[in-house]
Design a protein around this ligand. Structure first.
Ligand SMILES: NC(=O)c1ccc[n+]([C@@H]2O[C@H](COP(=O)([O-])OP(=O)(O)OC[C@H]3O[C@@H](n4cnc5c(N)ncnc54)[C@H](OP(=O)(O)O)[C@@H]3O)[C@@H](O)[C@H]2O)c1
Length: 283
């Protein structure tokens, strides 16, 4: 049976494997994973119910897809370790941020198409999300379609140029964590205002769910309107009402700080990817 080998099962690979298993797997392949530590392999085998190998080289033999899931600065040495075993019938997918496909190609010269995919970080929370797929120029339409189909199981897939993937990694991949941090701070302020913990959790729950349904619609409610972000704001904020006061404060005093802080978040994340790229380019 052909296999899909997830090389370096950590947080992301674990989330991906669980998501793919829930969605019926990947093509007709057996999913296997690797970790260099045999004890970790035993634990992951129990948790994920898949074969776990401590040898990356054993895992890639007969693999139709090799999905490289180690951290960026570990990736090229792993590619070096397995590169000579990967042939033209095997597709390599790297999910490592900031590692150019060309660098992997140097270590896997005979490999079939190599892709850089930024998968949905939300799959770690068992939720669909967006995947961004960048291919080598030599990949055929069929190669691309197969990889697209795999990641479509996890939500929306967008084909992008490799040079654009960093921006998507920050503005789509990392952003759920930023929104959660904002909600976490807001919940903290509610606690400081004397609202008890169980209730503050409910507030966040209904806020997130309410925004989701208002923005996205609800399959259970026919002919439901979808509201843009601006429309949601406008509908909540009655003229001269309480919400307007809060929005006014954001506009007059803090919006620059708030927007500036978010801008700083995005800029520093992009700089971090730039630093990874520099470190990888020296490898
Ligand atoms: N986190 C995200 O939301 C996200 C989103 C998109 C893409 N990514 C990319 O996904 C990749 C993995 O991220 P992650 O958060 O899952 O990191 P992680 O939890 O550290 O997973 C990587 C795993 O690979 C293991 N490993 C290291 N060297 C190995 C080797 N030679 N052979 C086998 N296993 C090895 C690591 O063990 P040790 O910890 O002992 O080194 C670790 O358990 C990164 O390249 C990241 O850029 C992450």
């Amino acid at each position: 049976m052909a296999r899909v080998a997830f090389i370096g099962v950590g947080r992301m690979a674990q989330g991906l494997i669980e998501s793919f298993k829930r969605k019926g797997g990947i093509e007709d392949c057996e999913i296997v994973g690797t970790h260099y530590d045999p004890t970790r392999c035993d634990t992951l085998h129990r948790v994920l119910q898949i074969p776990m190998l401590s040898s990356n080289r054993d895992a890639v033999r007969d693999a139709r897809y090799v999905i490289l899931c180690v951290r960026p600065l570990q990736l090229l040495s792993v590619a070096e370790e397995i590169g000579d075993l990967i042939g033209p019938d095997q597709t390599v997918i790297s999910i490592a941020v900031g590692v150019p496909v060309g660098k992997i190609r140097q270590r896997c010269p005979e490999s079939g198409p190599i892709f850089h995919v930024h998968p949905p970080s939300l799959c770690m929370a068992q939720t669909p999300g967006m995947s961004f797929v960048a291919n080598e120029p030599t990949a055929t339409e069929d190669d691309i379609r197969r990889v697209e189909e795999i990641f479509r199981k996890l939500g929306f897939v967008m084909l992008v140029h490799e040079e654009d993937i960093d921006r998507f990694a920050v503005f789509a991949g990392a952003s759920p964590a930023f929104i959660c941090q904002i909600l976490h701070e807001w919940r903290g302020l509610a606690r400081e205002a004397g609202i008890e913990k169980g209730i503050t959790d409910e507030i966040v729950h209904y806020m997130v769910r309410g925004i989701h349904i208002a923005f996205d619609g609800d399959d259970d409610i026919k002919e439901r309107q979808h509201f843009s972000l601006e429309e949601i704001i406008d509908r909540i904020a009655t003229p001269n009402g309480v919400t307007r006061v809060g929005l006014g404060v954001m506009k007059k005093r803090n919006i620059h700080n708030f927007r500036g802080a978010l801008k700083g978040v995005a800029e520093q994340c992009l700089q971090k990817i730039g630093k990874i790229r520099q470190a990888v380019s020296r490898q």
